[in-house]
Design a protein around this ligand. Structure first.
Ligand code: AMP
Length: 516
């Protein structure tokens, strides 16, 4: 293993509250990434049999959840699902989702997460790209892609009479999850994540945030995204209580925090924005939390200040990516500096690189690069994308810009990649542009994010059209082919897109011209 900088070790020490000299780097990384998700969850369920998980309106103990998943795994096995197979899970937040997720892992197969808001075309692309053997959905009748399809509720119902399947023999290096990121080319890239990587990611924050079996997590984030799923992982690992709301409503979230005597809330900036609009009295339960997180998109210092004033707590901001799990966090014990995401989590190294691939000095801006047991090793079947994603030395290039202060604290300062983050969900501009450019009469489309109070950024499209196409036609076409969060909220039809000398569209100019 490469040497790890003294600065990184002292960052971990700050998180772990130990003397840097007592950190054995190799051992720490090995411990973080050891085991497999189903085996570790099963062990925790045995240790904390009475801890509960509530998802939507259903609640059960960890032990019951584990048993149900093991029986559902038999149902999947009867459909030929075995180690090495891929199963797409495309369903909303529900107990059936969680059972099926754990059941797939139990068989030793790989879970491919999909947004249930996907259109049929998007889902068919995912089926083709992932070569999945089975698709699990909410409503079987609604989807007829070219693959065997089952409803999640059917799997769990049939499992009632099934025997528990023996846990598949797996190693930490086996792929647990195949996530897809919105690639900058518009073609999503497959990110294989091993059991060890996912465990390292969640264990690192659990140590840093002092997660214990006495904690109760409440969140309203979708389980098909790693952020929400990470909360379930942490709770199942710790043997602590979890309440996952099927959808976000600020009143319901605070009421759940109060009712459940919650200690932890996971949130994204667009949730925080809605929370601060509640009455001070209603927000009282948040004052009793151990902490409330913020992640998936930038939390503006102004919003953070508002939260401090209204709720008495500064969110624990953290930073991570699909490819690398959770990597950087503000300190649980210690000074949290507004506008920064804090220090590398246990096991993680952070460096900043210039465009030529040289490490930049503290205080200068550079591309954030990461190393550690939670970081993936390459995109699925895409050698070119993998090569472009790493600097020599296995440094994963995040495409985000940042600056480290003298103490090693990281601030995210911008983004090199063309990505829109709307309400915590990522949208590739190119994917939307390609759909708009299918329309007759459209010469070219440019899609970018406009600053939005509610969503952080919202998708906007500028359409160059010979015959002054109607913006409504563009919106309807997008709605027919893209999940709702990817569809432009605004469409501007213009004669000519601004282009630079190389003929490339200058998106900044479009955004500046929109007045936002
Ligand atoms: P995803 O792969 O969906 O998890 O999105 C990862 C991207 O979200 C990162 O590359 C960042 O651009 C952004 N992101 C995540 N956390 C933060 C944060 N705390 N502050 C700013 N941007 C963030």
């Amino acid at each position: 293993m490469d040497a790890v900088s003294a600065q990184t070790v002292s960052a971990w020490a700050r998180h772990l509250g130990v003397n840097p000299a007592d950190i054995d780097v190799r051992r720490l990384r090995r411990d973080l990434a050891s085991g497999t998700l189903p085996a570790v969850f099963a062990a925790a369920a045995r240790r904390s049999p009475t801890a509960t998980v509530q998802i939507g309106s259903e609640r059960c103990t960890h032990a019951a959840l584990h048993g149900c998943a093991a029986r559902s795994a038999s149902v999947l096995a009867a459909h030929g699902i075995a180690p090495g197979a891929r199963v797409i899970l495309c369903a909303g937040t529900s107990m059936d989702f969680a059972v099926c997720y754990l059941a797939i892992l139990h068989t030793g197969a790989t879970v491919v997460l999909a947004n249930p808001g996907y259109t049929r075309t998007e889902l068919q692309h995912l089926v083709d790209r992932s070569a999945a053997a089975l698709l699990l959905v909410d409503d079987e009748a609604a989807w007829v892609p070219d693959v065997e399809t089952l409803a999640v509720a059917e799997v769990t119902t049939r499992a009632t009479d099934a025997a528990e399947l023996a846990l598949a023999e797996l190693s930490a290096d086996d792929t647990a999850l195949l996530a897809y990121t919105s690639g900058t080319t518009g073609r999503p890239k497959g990110v294989p994540l091993s059991h060890g990587m996912l465990l390292a990611s969640i264990r690192a924050v659990m140590r840093a945030w002092r997660w214990s079996p006495d904690d109760t997590l409440v969140h309203a984030l979708p389980l098909f995204h790693q952020h929400g799923l990470g909360g379930l992982h942490a709770s199942l690992l710790a043997g602590s209580n979890a309440v996952v709301l099927a959808r976000f409503d600020p009143h319901d979230l605070v009421a759940a925090v109060d009712r459940e005597r919650a200690t932890i809330v996971f949130a994204v900036p667009s949730i925080h924005r809605r929370l601060v609009s509640l009455d001070a009295d209603e927000l009282q339960p948040l004052r009793r939390l151990r902490f409330i997180t913020s992640g998936s998109a930038a939390l503006s210092p102004a919003l953070a200040e508002e939260l401090i004033t209204r709720t008495g707590t500064q969110p624990l901001e953290r930073y991570g990516l699909t490819e690398s799990g959770l990597d950087v966090s503000n300190l649980y014990d210690g000074n949290r500096v507004l506008g920064t995401v804090g220090f590398p989590l246990p096991g993680v190294e952070v460096e900043l690189f210039d465009a030529a691939g040289s490490i930049v000095r503290a205080g200068s801006e550079g591309e954030i690069a990461l190393r550690g047991p939670q970081v993936f090793t390459g995109y699925l079947d895409d050698a070119a994308a993998t090569e472009a994603a790493f600097w020599p030395g296995s440094w994963f290039r995040t495409g985000d810009l940042g600056r480290l202060d003298d103490d090693g604290r990281l601030a995210i300062t911008g983004r090199l990649k063309e990505l829109i983050i709307t309400g915590g969900m990522n949208v590739s501009p190119r994917e939307v542009e390609r759909i708009i450019e299918e329309l007759p009469g459209v010469t070219q489309a440019a899609v970018a994010g406009l600053a939005s109070e509610r969503w952080g950024e919202e998708v906007a499209a500028w359409v160059e059209s010979d015959d002054a196409i109607d913006p409504t036609t563009v919106m309807e076409h997008c709605r027919a082919h893209l999940a709702a969060y990817k569809c432009p909220k605004q469409v501007f039809v213009i004669d000519a897109l601004p282009r630079n000398a190389m003929g490339k569209v200058v998106r900044n100019q479009l955004v500046a011209g929109s007045g936002r």
